[in-house]
Design a protein around this ligand. Structure first.
Ligand code: CAO
Length: 416
């Protein structure tokens, strides 16, 4: 089966997570992704948090599947020469170096555009160009703080909190992938490449847009009725942390199920969707609440929403999280068990859909990874192992027209 991005050649000058997540996605969909790495060391994540001595760490293998690895010292003249050849033949270059690193290497946007005016140059940086922090290097949690996620996550009586989800890294990579695909479609119309830039701060903020909604509502009316602070607590002039409250028009909370005393994940998320009030009352065995003026409308319920959650928790006390969801789903109530990584890793539905996949690897044996979360009717993205460091160096050099002797010279003599 041909894949939509087959024939698109991508120079993957990325490392750690934000950039690799982007190029991995494009590789799943058929692009020829050549990861350029420093000889000897490569992407730092190959060595980070290793669980098997001398084998690439899962941090690397889970973000670099379906790619080739070319080792090249792009600070040496020989390496620059090879890179220039590759640039002339490629459609996209993706990088997420610290600010200014590509320029210092001699590959500014102007130079890249001169070498290949059709090439799309895609970058991730912590902050956007011209931002007063645009000289800063940025990692995941830094971006979550700078993009508004940390100040709005957690409980009101605790500090700003980081999400485990990679809002700064993989999320930014996904934004960049959208930018690259858009620029490729644009190139079909204009024949020209362009620079695509995504900052981690902007990408986090994009996912926090409902909090910017709340900031404006707060400034207008002085309170936010869906937050636990309403109506008994205090609001300041900034959006507070709302714990586990639902972010939209439906109140919700994480509720204890049977076994919560010993199992830290024996919980479900329960949503009180307005029009589902009647089925909720029926499911809970509280038919008297259906027409009770103190419970009938969302407005009437909000002042004592935690008393309602308390009643639901009492109902949940003798049910596991799975039993509870099995009952509630029959009443069309939006809810889910709080699932652990262990449960997700072994979930038969996720295995069947290709969202959790087992990938054979030359050195590690097989490992689990998250496959494509995007499903297509005409294509099933297949996940293949991440490359060993420099695994495809000879192949890529030969493809660029270097002879066996050239390749020997480049690899052995000049240590490229
Ligand atoms: N050959 C020779 N040199 C190479 C090379 C190669 N193949 N690949 C990279 N390098 C060099 C770069 O030229 C650069 O050298 P200089 O600093 O001397 O110019 C250096 O390696 C990489 O620098 P860096 O700033 O990217 O790396 P770092 O480890 O100091 O910082 C990070 C890492 C992630 C903080 C920084 O890259 C960054 O801020 N990136 C942008 C934001 C981002 O993507 N962050 C998300 C990371 S995922 O959590």
């Amino acid at each position: 089966m041909t894949k939509p991005l087959e024939g698109i050649k991508i120079i993957d000058f990325t490392h750690v997570q934000a950039g690799p997540a982007c190029t991995q996605l494009l590789a799943w969909f058929g692009a020829d992704v050549i990861k350029v790495e420093r000889p000897g060391s490569g992407d730092v994540t190959r060595n980070q948090l290793r669980d098997i001595p001398d084998a690439d760490a899962l941090y690397f293998t889970m973000l670099n599947s379906n790619k080739k690895s070319l080792t090249l010292d792009t600070k040496k003249p020989e390496g620059k020469e090879v890179l220039e050849k590759l640039i002339r033949e490629s459609d996209v270059l993706v990088e997420n170096f610290g600010p200014g690193a590509l320029d210092r290497m001699g590959f500014s946007w102007e130079r890249l555009n001169e070498l290949n005016p059709k090439m799309i140059v895609a970058s991730v940086k912590g902050f956007s160009d011209g931002h007063h922090y645009d000289d800063l290097k940025v990692y995941e949690n830094v971006a979550q703080c700078a993009g508004g996620a940390a100040s709005t996550t957690g409980f009101w009586d605790g500090p700003p909190t980081i999400s485990a989800a990679a809002l700064g890294d993989s999320n930014t990579g996904m934004h960049l992938a959208i930018g690259i695909l858009t620029a490729l479609i644009g190139r079909d119309k204009t024949g020209k490449g362009q620079k695509v830039a995504v900052s981690m701060q902007d990408s986090v903020l994009n996912l926090c847009r409902v909090k910017l909604r709340d900031q404006q509502r707060l400034e207008r009316v002085g309170y936010l009725e869906e937050y636990p602070q309403y109506p008994h607590g205090e609001f300041s002039d900034v959006v507070p942390r709302g714990g586990n409250a639902g972010g939209g028009g439906q109140p919700g909370w994480v509720l204890k199920c049977k076994g919560w005393e010993t199992d830290p994940n024996a919980y479900i998320y329960f949503t009180i969707q307005g029009h589902a009030w009647e089925p909720i009352c029926k499911a809970l065995g509280k038919p008297e609440w259906i027409n009770d003026p103190a419970y009938k409308t969302a407005e009437a319920r909000q002042p004592h929403i935690f008393e309602i959650f308390g009643t639901i928790e009492a109902w949940l006390a003798d049910k596991t999280k799975f039993e509870a969801v099995d009952i509630l789903r029959k009443f069309d109530i939006p809810c889910a068990p709080v699932l652990t990584m262990k449960e997700l890793a072994n979930d038969p539905s996720l295995r069947a859909s290709g969202t959790i996949v087992e990938v054979p690897h030359k050195k590690r044996g097989s490992y689990l990874t998250v496959g494509s979360p995007i499903k297509f009717s005409d294509m099933k993205p297949e996940v293949t192992a991440s490359p060993l460091l420099g695994e495809h160096t000879d192949e890529v050099l030969a493809g660029l027209g270097y002879s066996r002797q050239d390749i020997f010279n480049l690899r052995e003599i000049k240590a490229v």
